[in-house]
Design a protein around this ligand. Structure first.
Ligand code: PBG
Length: 345
């Protein structure tokens, strides 16, 4: 059947519809759209995750994350300077640990001179006013790629792991890290870390709990970046959450708040906006989403193929987090977004 237009284009309708409310009035011009806009993105909403590696003046592309590189510490300092100039409030540091330094217990995590600690000290020295967030979990340091201690029968030990995580957190906090972000999903780790920090007179160090962290396929490119993808034995489903669950996320968040978390994170981001919204509504806590490596990779892949407008998709994806109630977003797009926001001013 062929559709027949009631009016030829350009021919005015004789009978206007009798509408009291016309939603398009508020959309008809840029000034009007700006005036009624409910959410905005600013550079204050951004946390920028960066990858560090050994070496000097060295940068290595991360293949599945176009535009993202592993950086030697001196280069990480340069990027931190740039982040501060762009008024990005905080950067997150993830290490690519040399395979020769990985072992079953992730013992390099406790080395106060490991890559992360060196990067934190170097950045704090040059850029004292930028916030630094460090992940707490053993996966960049273990030969098996798990976030915790692995028993021979394949079980990830909880309480023994928490013990090590507390020590990892202390090492990072002593190096100058401002926010400890446990991403391991062991039970009881937030409380134990809080207690450990306080006992070490590090009460000013904050905790951003990866409270609702799902066992997700979207972490793939990150595992390439930190070099744990080839070594990972099995999967992380006995500690990270089942993507099918929502109520469980609220229980996780409630527990982490009770244990002393200052801020809450939901991860991944875009496929979990319902969780962001529910968590923010239920607890009114500072709530952050991690737009993870796979989300970044998807947008970049499509953009680089000419399949979508990458810039617009980037901004729209971040606006979605704000709309869901997030106070901020960890995103690999952070410097590009900050540059864009600066240029529009
Ligand atoms: C480590 C950790 C992961 C990410 C952040 N911290 C990977 C994982 O849990 O396997 C993923 C971040 C990303 O995909 O960008 N526990």
């Amino acid at each position: 059947l062929q559709h027949t237009a009631r009016f030829a284009p350009g021919e005015a309708s004789a009978e206007p519809l009798d509408l009291t409310v016309r939603m398009r009035r508020n959309r008809r011009a840029d000034w009007a759209r700006r005036m009624v806009r409910e959410n905005v993105i600013t550079t204050d909403d951004l946390i920028w995750p960066i990858f560090v590696m050994d070496g000097d003046k060295a940068r290595q592309p991360v293949a599945p994350m176009p535009g993202v590189e592993r950086l030697s510490v001196d280069q990480a300092v340069r990027e931190a300077v740039r982040a501060a100039q762009l008024t990005i409030p905080c950067i997150a540091i993830f290490p690519y640990t040399d395979p020769s330094l990985r072992d079953a217990n992730g013992s390099e995590a406790l080395n106060s001179d490991n890559l992360v600690c060196r990067a934190v000290r170097a950045i704090k020295k040059e850029v004292p006013d930028i916030g630094i967030l460090c992940d707490v979990a053993l996966d960049p340091y273990t030969s098996h790629g798990h976030d915790g201690l692995l028993r021979d029968d394949g079980v990830i030990l909880n309480d023994e792991t928490v013990d090590v995580l507390v020590r990892q957190a202390l090492v990072q906090a002593e190096a100058g890290c401002d926010i400890i972000a446990p991403s391991d999903m062991m039970d009881g780790r937030v409380g134990a870390i809080r207690e450990g920090l306080d006992a070490a007179k590090l009460s000013d160090v904050s905790i951003m709990a990866y409270a609702a962290k799902y066992a997700s396929a979207f972490y793939g490119p990150f595992r390439d970046a930190v070099g744990s993808s080839k070594t990972l034995n099995g999967d992380k489903r006995t500690y990270q959450m089942d993507p099918a669950n929502t109520d469980e996320a609220l229980r996780e968040v409630a527990l982490d708040i009770e244990e002393g978390a200052d801020m809450i994170m939901v991860k991944p981001g875009m496929p979990y906006l319902d969780i962001c919204a529910r968590v923010k509504d239920a607890f009114g806590m500072p709530t952050f989403a991690y737009q993870v490596s796979g989300e970044y990779a998807m947008i970049m892949a499509a953009a680089n193929n000419g399949w979508l407008d990458g810039e617009r998709a980037m901004m729209e994806s971040l606006m979605a987090f704000k709309r869901a109630g997030c106070d901020g977003i960890l995103t690999y797009f952070a410097p590009r977004v900050a540059e864009k926001l600066r240029d529009i001013k």
